[in-house]
Design a protein around this ligand. Structure first.
Ligand code: NAI
Length: 242
């Protein structure tokens, strides 16, 4: 279904990003994975994509918050794959804390990675998309960006910002054949949420359980292929933000 297309996935070394890389590879896409620090984990995801699905898969260490590093990495991907067709902005961090005590650097680093990182990647991939008059962008937001969450003012602001970025990008680039959508996961079982497995907030999930990275990846794959959907925010949250 995605044979001949190249997908760039930020934060693809583990969790939701790794599941997205594997899902898109299973549909035939070649994958370029960006990761922050764990080379071994990133290489393992690439190996799995290549061995199981026969696609080309390469990993790039890149801090997406750094405008020039993102630019250099997109140039490397162009050199290695020829171009890119799909961009998944999944890299994200949390630095939770109550507002009254939140450190400035914790606000800045979350906005820089989660929101500016997505801008940086869109900014540098759009040239490739415009040249081929086609491209798909999916931003991984969060229900925290829709509902807010006490103790996550920085994170919620970054994820709400991603929704605005998604809608503006969708409007601006639709005439050029480029679609942009967001996915807003709820509680998904990954390293990021391992300390929340017993959270009382889980009781507020109508479907009564955490989601899996694979369930998020299925939604991403749907939006990658849904030719008439742009500017949408797909909640994958067990109903928590109904
Ligand atoms: P995770 O912590 O398991 O993985 C995060 C990934 O992002 C890693 O591959 C890491 O290398 C990468 N990363 C972090 N900072 C980076 C940077 N500056 N440059 C490049 N890569 C960087 O996280 P998880 O749970 O898989 O989350 C993935 C995305 O989904 C995040 O954007 C997160 O905010 C979002 N999300 C997660 C939810 C959950 O319940 N796990 C719920 C809602 C949204």
């Amino acid at each position: 279904m995605l044979k001949g297309r190249t997908a760039v996935i930020t934060g693809g070394s583990r969790g939701i990003g790794a599941a997205i890389a594997e899902k898109l590879a299973s549909l035939g896409a070649d994958v370029a994975i960006l990761y922050a620090g764990n080379t071994e984990a990133a290489e393992n995801v690439c190996r799995k994509c290549t061995e199981q699905y026969g696609v080309k898969a390469l990993a790039y260490q890149c801090n997406v918050a750094d405008f020039n590093a993102a630019k250099e990495t997109v140039a490397k991907i162009k050199g290695d794959f020829g171009t890119a067709h799909i961009l998944i902005n999944n890299a994200g961090i949390t630095r939770d804390g109550l507002l009254a005590m939140m450190r400035e650097e914790d606000f800045d680093s979350v906005i820089d990675t989660n929101l500016k990182g997505a801008f940086n990647m869109i900014r540098h991939c759009t040239g490739l998309f415009l040249r081929q008059k086609a491209g798909v962008i999916i931003n991984i937001s969060s229900v925290a960006g829709i509902m807010g969450n006490a103790g996550q003012a920085n994170y919620s602001a970054s994820k709400a910002g991603l929704i605005g970025l998604t809608k503006s990008t969708a409007r601006e680039l639709a005439p050029k054949g480029i679609r942009c959508n967001a996915v807003a996961p709820g509680f998904i079982a990954t390293d990021m949420t391992e300390d929340q497995a017993d959270s009382p907030l889980l009781a507020s999930v109508p479907l009564g359980r955490m989601g899996t990275p694979e369930e998020v990846a299925d939604g991403v794959a749907y939006l990658v292929c849904a030719e008439y959907i742009t500017g949408e925010v797909l909640r994958i949250d067990g109903g928590i933000a109904i």
